[in-house]
Design a protein around this ligand. Structure first.
Ligand code: NAD
Length: 315
């Protein structure tokens, strides 16, 4: 990890709505002593660094500055949020060609700097771009992590928290699969206070149709937000902060992310959303959820959707 003990350095590439929200979340939480911002729009990174440093007297001392790819050399973590966002009506998979081109101009100079830390990727379609980061970088799979279904799982916990009148952080539930239209709620594995969610739903008269509506609303929440305000950024910015914290504080935290599959769920050579253990070395291991047969089929179908994009777009 860090060359200087207790001094951690993060480089953010892509200082748009998502990147700057992530930077703000990191400043708020006082995570990482050094935070570098890189973007093709240099002025924006200079302005954002100046703006963000004004938050640090209220949070924690931090050196925030506009930088270059050479700054990745001794970084612990490089977070990629550069890329076109969805326009109203566009799916995440529609962004693939545009954002693969952008990604290819980023990963090479990061690696050429001598960087040997961890990549965290959030640009969409995130499962494809995480796979591409892994391929382009030549890094071990543990050191390339996608934000995957992190945000989607947060959205599910929010929705279930409202439905069952508990705090969302007391809901243990995951969206799995693609961060996109083929994702699904793994309800059979969900619980509240150790009690299976499906049992609670039965007891409280919440029908399977209502659970399916919640799953749909989660799947479509990004579209709803994009239609109303043009982009989504606070949720994902905070999700990226949470994953960064687990890495930089070597937490061994179990988090929903995008992980490389090496036989888990019968899948290989693909990045897809699942719970996994995250620590200072990156992705320590996938926690393979005991999915129902129906959910397993959804996982396989979601992987097939992603594989097709990988085959057409990358391989
Ligand atoms: P944005 O347009 O506000 O910001 C994108 C930034 O990338 C801009 O500042 C742009 O200058 C920069 N950029 C473009 N090409 C670059 C390059 N070659 N090198 C460096 N920087 C470059 O977009 P946004 O709303 O911040 O979204 C960014 C990405 O995050 C999109 O792909 C979006 O779909 C994705 N996203 C992911 C999630 C998730 O859960 N994973 C959620 C929301 C958005």
């Amino acid at each position: 990890m860090s060359k200087i003990q207790n001094h951690q350095k993060v480089v953010l590439v892509g200082d748009g709505a998502v990147g700057s929200s992530y930077a703000f979340a990191m400043a708020q939480q006082g995570i990482a002593e050094e935070f570098v911002i890189v973007d093709v729009v240099k002025d924006r990174t200079v302005g954002d660094a100046l703006d963000l440093e004004d938050a640090t007297p209220f949070t924690a001392p931090k050196n925030i500055y506009s930088g270059e790819y050479s700054d990745c050399k001794d970084a612990d973590l490089v977070v990629i949020t550069a890329g076109a966002p969805q326009k109203p009506g566009e799916t995440r998979l529609d962004l693939v060609n545009k954002n693969l081109n952008i990604l290819s101009t980023i990963v090479k100079p990061v690696v050429d700097s001598g960087f040997d830390g961890i990549f965290l990727v959030a640009a969409n379609p995130v499962d494809i771009l995480t796979y591409a980061t892994w391929k382009f970088s030549g890094f071990p799979k543990e050191k390339v992590i996608g934000s995957g279904i992190s945000l989607d799982s947060a959205r599910l916990r929010v929705a279930l928290g409202k439905k069952f009148n508990v705090s969302p952080d007391s809901v243990d539930a995951y969206i799995m699969g693609e961060h996109g239209d083929s994702e699904f709620a793994a309800y059979s594995t969900a619980s509240i206070g150790t009690k299976p969610l499906l049992d609670i739903a039965k007891e409280e008269g919440v029908s399977t149709d209502e659970l399916a509506e919640i799953e749909d609303s989660v799947r479509n929440k990004a579209y709803e937000i994009i239609n109303k305000k043009g982009a989504t950024f606070y949720g994902v910015g905070t999700a990226l902060m949470r994953i960064s914290k687990a890495i930089l504080r070597d937490e061994n935290a179990v988090l929903p992310v995008g992980a490389y599959m090496d036989g888990e769920y019968g899948l290989n050579d693909i990045y897809i959303g699942t719970p996994a253990v995250i620590n200072g070395q990156g992705l320590n291991r996938v926690i393979e959820s005991p999915l129902s047969d129906d959910e397993m089929k959804k996982m396989t179908d979601s992987a097939t959707t992603l594989k097709k994009v990988l085959t057409d777009g990358l391989k």
